[in-house]
Design a protein around this ligand. Structure first.
Ligand SMILES: *[C@@H]1O[C@H](CO)[C@@H](O)[C@H](O)[C@H]1NC(C)=O
Ligand SMILES: *[C@@H]1O[C@H](CO)[C@@H](O)[C@H](O)[C@H]1NC(C)=O
Ligand SMILES: *[C@@H]1O[C@H](CO)[C@@H](O)[C@H](O)[C@H]1NC(C)=O
Length: 172
C-alpha cells in the first residue's frame, strides 16, 4: 500500500514535470499539437528579423490542425506599436510535420521537437529574394507547463508587452 501511495504521489507531483521519454522528434501526431500555446523564445541567424519590429517576430496564441491537414496559427504581432491579430494557414506538404507558406517570400515550417504537453519547437526557413533566414521558435502551453506553486516566467510572456519573449541570435 505504501508503495502504491508513493507511486501515486510521485505521479501527481510529477504530472507537470518534463518527461524526456515523451519527446518526439518525428512521426508527429499533429492533432495533438492543436491548442493554445504561447511564445517562450525565438532564435534566428538574422536577429533583425525577430527583434522588436522584426517581420518574423510573432507571438503565438493558438495552433489548429485543420481537417484538410493544413496548420492554422493564430498570431499576434506588433505593427508600429499596435498589437495586431493574424490567422496564418500553412499548407501541408507530403512530409509529416512539414508545412509551407508564402509570407515575406517562401517559408518552410516544420516541427522540430515536442512532447505535446509542455512545449513544441518549430523551425522555419524563409527564402526571400535569394536570402535565407532560419528561425527556431519555442512555444509552451500556459495551462499545462505552469502551475500556481511553480510559476514559470514563460507563462507571463504570452501577455504581449508585459514580458516579451526573448530573442537570441543563432549562429549558423
Ligand atoms: C537581416 O534582415 C534584415 C531585415 O530584413 C536585412 O536588411 C538584412 O540584410 C539581413 N541580414 C542578413 C545577413 O541576411
Ligand atoms: C485547408 O483549409 C484551410 C481553411 O479552410 C484553407 O485555408 C487551406 O487553403 C486548405 N488547404 C488546402 C490544401 O486545401
Ligand atoms: C532582389 O535582389 C536583387 C539583387 O540583389 C535586387 O536587384 C532586387 O531589387 C531585389 N528585389 C526585391 C523585391 O527585393
Amino acid at each position: 500500500m505504501a508503495l502504491l501511495l508513493l507511486v501515486l504521489g510521485l505521479r501527481l507531483a510529477g504530472a507537470q514535470r518534463f518527461d524526456p521519454q515523451a519527446v518526439v522528434q518525428r512521426n508527429y501526431n499533429m492533432a495533438r499539437i492543436s491548442g493554445p500555446w504561447y511564445s517562450i523564445s525565438m532564435a534566428s541567424d538574422n536577429l533583425t528579423r525577430i527583434k522588436e519590429d522584426g517581420d518574423l517576430r510573432v507571438f503565438i496564441r493558438n495552433i489548429e490542425h485543420l481537417k484538410n491537414g493544413s496548420l492554422k496559427f493564430d498570431f499576434h504581432f506588433m505593427v508600429q506599436g499596435e498589437c495586431v491579430a493574424v490567422d496564418v494557414v500553412c499548407q501541408k506538404t507530403d512530409q509529416n510535420g512539414q508545412y509551407s507558406i508564402s509570407y515575406q517570400g517562401e517559408n518552410k515550417v516544420l516541427v522540430s521537437e515536442t512532447d505535446y504537453k509542455m512545449y513544441v519547437i518549430f523551425y522555419m526557413q524563409n527564402t526571400n529574394n535569394g536570402t535565407e533566414t532560419r528561425v527556431l521558435a519555442l512555444y509552451g502551453t500556459p495551462s499545462r507547463a505552469c502551475s500556481e506553486d511553480r510559476p514559470n516566467p514563460g507563462c507571463t510572456a504570452y501577455e504581449l508587452g508585459r514580458s516579451a519573449p526573448g530573442a537570441w541570435s543563432w549562429a549558423a
